[in-house]
Design a protein around this ligand. Structure first.
Ligand code: BDR
Ligand code: CA
Length: 310
């Protein structure tokens, strides 16, 4: 499967990238970066550092939007750490300089180059994807699939009672993408239980910076947050999207008519699914409603062990 990942690393993004780059089922043709967990300059630097650690500087990085379409920029260093990520990443070297194209343009270029075959996995705020759609309205037809980590369809949000962080960060972009791009939505309904305790990763080496970083990325929630969600270890939201691409038994999806709220502070970024068909409108995407957590853990633990043994 040919995959392009739009990302804002981010602890769970970092784990998602390790997983994607390790799996032979996926051919990662590039990373596009967006504001989100930190300003875009920092998320881009983090993405480049991850590629460097994995010795995958062959994967191009295109830097994207530095702010949401309309609302003010809000970042999440208080959760993910200074610079948007915990752990001990090296400074990125010059060989990973971002390409000249803006992320939105790069998404379109890749979609045209791999017409009908590209899966776009968006695991940050949807600004770049919305911009790409504005430039190329045929983007959904050019893609094989658009899969998005975002939204809280039938469960409470993690930023407001209604909104999940990626949709709240750029609600107008999320609204556009959900309306026009027939996405597969992987939201908090399924990602909150996508946890992996570091003990599950055999021989996670504490004498190696990558081993210590993975440990930090798997445990980036504080106790208050763990208690709020009733989980024992941090939710690795973004990695679930990648796991779902590797093994289609991981996620169970259902089609829905959906819309994202942008009208008030109350509904900002809320993903509203027409559960009973009351609107009479046909589905405009699918939503992950079930997850095989154990399969996710197995797949992720095994992949991280492989990353570490190289
Ligand atoms: C999403 O928000 C970000 O903080 C995470 O990286 C993930 O993409 C979870 O709500
Ligand atoms: Ca993310």
């Amino acid at each position: 499967m040919t995959v392009l990942i739009d990302t804002d690393p981010g602890c769970d993004d970092a784990v998602a990238l390790l997983l994607a780059l390790e799996r032979s089922e996926l051919d990662v043709v590039g990373l596009t970066t967006v504001h989100g967990n930190a300003p875009v300059e920092e998320t881009t630097e983090n993405a480049r550092s991850i590629l460097e650690v994995l010795d995958r500087t062959d994967v191009p990085v295109a830097m994207g939007a530095d702010r949401p379409l309309l609302v003010d920029l809000e970042t999440a260093e208080h959760i993910h750490g200074e610079g948007g990520i915990r752990g001990e990443l090296p400074q990125p070297g010059p060989e990973t300089q971002p390409v000249d194209s803006h992320a939105a343009q790069f998404i379109i270029e890749q979609a045209r180059e791999h017409e009908g075959e590209l899966t776009l996995a968006a695991i940050g705020p949807l600004t770049n994807v919305a911009l790409a759609l504005a430039i190329e309205p045929e983007l959904p037809e050019l893609l094989d699939e658009l899969i998005v980590m975002g939204g809280a369809a039938f469960v409470p949000g993690n930023i407001t009672p209604l909104a999940e962080a990626n949709f709240h960060a750029d609600p107008h972009a999320a609204r556009r993408v959900v309306r026009d791009a027939t996405p597969t939505i992987v939201g908090l309904d399924v990602t909150t239980s996508a946890t992996l305790s570091p003990d599950r990763v055999e021989s996670l080496p504490q004498d190696d910076p990558l081993g210590r970083s993975i440990d930090d990325w798997l445990t980036y929630y504080d106790d208050e947050r763990l208690e709020r969600y009733g989980i024992e270890s941090a939710a690795i939201h973004d990695a679930l999207v990648i796991a779902g691409l590797v093994d289609d038994a991981v996620l169970e999806t259902e089609p829905y008519q959906m819309v994202v709220g942008t009208d008030s502070e109350l509904d900002r970024g809320a993903l509203v699914c027409d559960a009973t068909g009351v609107t009479g409108e046909p589905p405009n995407g699918t939503v992950a409603v079930g997850v095989d957590d154990e399969r996710f853990r197995e797949l992720l633990a095994e992949s991280l062990e492989r990353v570490l043994s190289r």
